[in-house]
Design a protein around this ligand. Structure first.
Ligand code: SF4
Length: 263
């Protein structure tokens, strides 16, 4: 197994609450109030901690529990800004917010590429993945490098290599690429192509999702109780946190502990 020496999970203790100010949301079932981009959340404390962290769901802020910056927040804060905060004023805040959003995109792609490196032990695909990881990581070396890149074009850069990973270790199951499977009851999904599929509220209880390609699949509200995702491909913390699961859900080991809200 090859692991990247890069943190790809959020560590809020080393961030300055970037996602709680450099983002926006509208009042909905996931957020209790409106907030504009650049306006600090009313629940963000001076120490950059959330005052309602332990009761986000019961406070109508479930949307915050499904968010993960893939480690971009602490990296921008510590490596690009030396621990400084947007609270110092616009001269810091404006570039910091822009860097944070670009960094999130880069770190999300690093999440997928790093998984490929873990799954493909050797050979030309592994070499291509390593080159991509180095290229993406180099973008994190400075604000100038981040600002020079077209983040919208980056997914196309990594897509071919990720396809090769799927061809080597996944596939062979039902083809549901970008399919609308919202609310459907599905169980036989081993090796399925679910890339970009909508699985909103889908009933996936007991489903076999081993080797299924879940890149970009929308799992919000999907019922994963008893489902087996141990070798599913390209599953993210955001996807898992947005779904329903419990102790019987089997997750890929790289995701670590199940989301707190699963109990
Ligand atoms: S409720 Fe808490 S986690 Fe959500 S945006 Fe506000 S401060 Fe951040």
């Amino acid at each position: 197994m090859t692991a990247l020496p890069i943190e790809l999970r959020a560590d809020c203790s080393r961030c300055v609450g970037l996602c709680c100010v450099a983002s926006s949301f509208s009042r909905s079932s996931e957020f209790a109030f409106d907030r504009d981009f650049g306006t600090p959340c009313r629940n963000l404390q001076d120490d950059h901690r959330c005052a309602i962290h332990a009761r986000l769901r019961t406070s109508g802020m479930s949307g915050c529990t499904t968010y993960d910056c893939f480690g971009a927040g602490q990296r921008v804060t510590q490596e690009l800004y030396g621990g400084r905060s947007w609270r110092e004023g616009p001269a810091v805040a404006e570039p910091m917010f822009a860097d944070f959003w670009a960094a999130q995109s880069v770190h999300e792609l690093l999440w997928y590429v790093s998984e490929g490196l873990e799954r493909v032990a050797a050979g030309p695909v592994q070499a291509r993945l390593q080159a991509l990881a180095d290229e993406l990581d180099a973008l994190m070396s400075s604000s100038a490098a981040l600002r020079a890149v077209d983040v919208l074009a980056l997914p196309a850069l990594v897509q071919p290599a990720l396809d090769e990973v799927v061809a080597l270790v996944g596939g062979g199951g039902p083809q549901h690429r970008r399919a609308d499977l919202a609310g459907r009851r599905l169980t036989e999904l081993r090796g399925a192509t679910l890339r970009g599929a909508s699985l909103l509220g889908a009933d996936l209880r007991g489903a076999d999702l081993r080797e299924a390609d879940l890149l970009g699949a929308d799992l919000r509200g999907a019922d994963l109780r008893g489902a087996d995702l141990t070798t599913a491909l390209f599953v993210t913390p955001r996807q898992v946190a947005s779904a329903h699961g419990d102790a019987t859900t089997r997750l890929p080991s790289r995701l670590g502990a199940p989301p707190q809200q699963w109990g």
